[in-house]
Design a binder for this molecule. Structure first.
Ligand SMILES: [Zn+2]
Ligand SMILES: [Zn+2]
Length: 120
C-alpha cells in the first residue's frame, strides 16, 4: 500500500519531471498572457489578437508585435508537453535545452523512454 494512494492532484498545475517547475497548460498560458502581460492570443491558434486602437500607425503596431513576441517566447518556456509513450510531463525549457531529437518525428524525444511528445 502506498502512502499517498492514487488520488489525483487537485492543484490544477502539473510539474516538470525533470526540473520540477510548475507548468502552464495551454489554457493557463493564454490567461497568463492576458492577465499579467495584457497580451491577447487566440486560444486555439495562439495567434496574437491586436485590437484596432493603436495611435501612431504601422510602426507602432510592428513595435508592439515585437514586444509581444518576446514576452510570448519567455512565458512559453513555462508551457509543457506530455510524452506519448510514458505519459511524463516536461517543460519547454528542458525540452529546448536538453532533449535529444526524436529519430522519426523531427520533434524532441522523451528523457526517459525516447517517445515523442504532444502539446499539453
Ligand atoms: Zn523542466
Ligand atoms: Zn516517455
Amino acid at each position: 500500500m502506498g502512502l499517498f494512494g492514487r488520488g489525483k492532484r487537485t492543484s490544477g498545475f502539473s510539474h516538470c519531471k525533470r526540473c520540477s517547475k510548475r507548468i502552464l497548460s495551454k489554457q493557463q498560458f493564454v490567461s497568463e498572457l492576458a492577465d499579467k502581460h495584457s497580451i491577447r492570443v487566440d486560444p486555439q491558434t495562439l495567434e496574437f489578437i491586436i485590437s484596432g486602437a493603436f495611435v501612431g500607425g504601422w510602426n507602432t503596431v510592428e513595435a508592439r508585435k515585437r514586444e509581444m513576441q518576446s514576452t510570448f517566447t519567455k512565458v512559453e518556456k513555462d508551457r509543457g508537453v506530455k510524452c506519448n509513450g510514458c505519459g511524463k510531463i516536461y517543460c519547454y525549457d528542458c525540452l529546448i535545452n536538453f532533449a535529444r531529437p526524436h529519430p522519426t518525428t523531427g520533434g524532441k524525444a522523451c528523457f526517459s523512454c525516447g517517445g515523442s511528445f504532444s502539446e499539453l
